[in-house]
Write a protein that binds this ligand. Structure first.
Ligand code: LMR
Length: 404
């Protein structure tokens, strides 16, 4: 029966994380997966989250199923978080929001919905993008193509790596057929850490509108760029521009609740009647996938976002995580610059969010892992949030050694 089944090659990010766990070296450093670690190398449980859980436990309550679309309290809290509480799109009821199983669940539900209701559409992702985007949309049966995004530089002309190929990106988007889907990272681009500026987002809007494209925002790192509201800039701009679009957002990183699978999918529609039909068909999609999302995730998220004491506590905790990463960027930059004078490491300071795109080759990444126990994704992506005051010096020395 199963003789023909091929072995799974493994996921490029999750397999590395598993390999790291099995590595017996005491001084190993995990800079592979997009997880925030504190300065002691632990994945923190935020104080705001602990208190929300304590409240839930004290109150008891049932363990019944949630509705297909998730908890009403979480869905409305997500809408205010993303769009701001006063947004016209919310007031007019034209946003359909579902609580989903992480933002991956949201991306997948959205992908299945697109395959069913916009069957001729292709999906365009940035070059490069998160390793799982292509697999997810192709898995739903949609063709996936790339638009230019990250400038890898040009040794011949001396053009340095690290910028955004914004003109080339716009040129490609201008050539797309109507109803094609454009996947955009709302902030803290994964894997490069290179984002559009507010002015570039503004310049993107008329292109999306004129070409009748469907933007699909992935917002997985809210709070890790400039702040919780600032990182929702793209969502609010697109909504204010009257565009119809999707946004999948995650609380895995912003609330440090990775295993709770807390996320949502929102679709900004033309009007309230359209939003109701979209929500209905999204519910049908969820029912065929996983039936309904998790109760515990909804309780944490809605309490932290809605409680007048927990909300500011959470915002302060997100600020602290963001600032610790910025401090690690500065440390890595200064140690590496001292060890390899003449080499430009300014990208560590310019790139935003959890990731830096180091430009290290797969061979250099392999050497870092094998010789020094420092784990990066083979694309050269480094999760800066895995650095701490105890490992940054050694990591910089290892990088200096492989750069040669
Ligand atoms: C990452 O990019 O490392 C994270 O988003 C975790 C994942 O699922 O890949």
């Amino acid at each position: 029966m199963f003789q023909h089944i091929e072995p799974y090659a493994g996921d490029p990010i999750l397999s590395l994380n598993e390999a790291f766990q099995k590595d017996p070296r005491a001084d190993k450093v995990n800079l592979s997966i997009g997880i925030y670690f504190d300065d002691q190398g632990r994945i923190p449980v935020l104080g705001s989250v602990r208190q929300a859980e304590a409240q839930m436990l004290a109150e008891g309550g049932t363990k019944s199923y949630l509705p297909i679309e998730g908890a009403a309290a979480m869905r409305s809290a997500v809408q205010s978080l993303l769009f701001g509480p006063e947004h016209e799109a919310l007031a007019s009821g034209r946003v359909a929001t579902l609580q989903t199983v992480g933002s991956s669940g949201g991306l997948k539900v959205g992908a299945d919905f697109l395959k069913r209701w916009l069957p001729g559409s292709a999906v365009w992702v940035s070059d490069p993008t998160w390793d799982n985007h292509r697999a997810m949309f192709e898995g739903a049966g949609l063709p996936v193509h790339t638009y230019p995004y990250y400038d890898a530089g040009d040794a011949a002309s001396g053009r340095p790596a690290g910028g955004l190929r914004f003109d080339a990106m716009l040129e490609t988007l201008r050539s797309l057929p109507a109803r094609n889907v454009v996947l955009l990272h709302a902030c803290c681009h994964n894997p490069t850490g290179v984002d559009l500026t507010p002015a570039q987002w503004q310049a993107l809007v008329p292109v999306l509108r004129e070409r009748e494209l469907l933007p699909y925002l992935d917002l997985a790192y809210q709070g890790y760029g400039d702040g919780i509201d600032a990182d929702a800039h793209a969502v609010r701009l697109l909504a204010a521009s009257g565009l119809v679009f999707f946004v999948a957002n995650s609380f895995s990183k912003s609330m440090s609740v990775y295993g709770e699978r807390a996320g949502a999918l929102s679709v900004v529609c033309g009007d309230a009647a359209e939003a109701e039909r979209v929500l209905g068909q999204m519910k049908a999609t969820v029912r065929r996938n996983y039936s309904s999302p998790g109760l515990h995730a909804a309780g944490i998220v809605s309490r932290v976002l809605d409680d007048t004491h927990l909300r500011p506590q959470w915002e302060a905790e997100v600020t602290a995580m963001r600032e610790r990463i910025a401090g690690m960027r500065r440390s890595l930059h200064s140690v590496l610059s001292a060890k390899r004078p003449g080499h430009d490491f300014s990208y560590f300071l310019q790139q935003r969010g959890m990731f830096s795109y180091t430009g290290l080759s797969p061979a250099q990444v392999d050497r870092l892992r094998e010789e020094f126990g420092v784990y990066l994704v083979r694309s050269g992506r480094m999760c800066v949030a895995g650095l701490n005051s105890g490992n940054v010096e050694r990591t910089a020395s290892a990088m200096a050694a492989v750069i040669g």
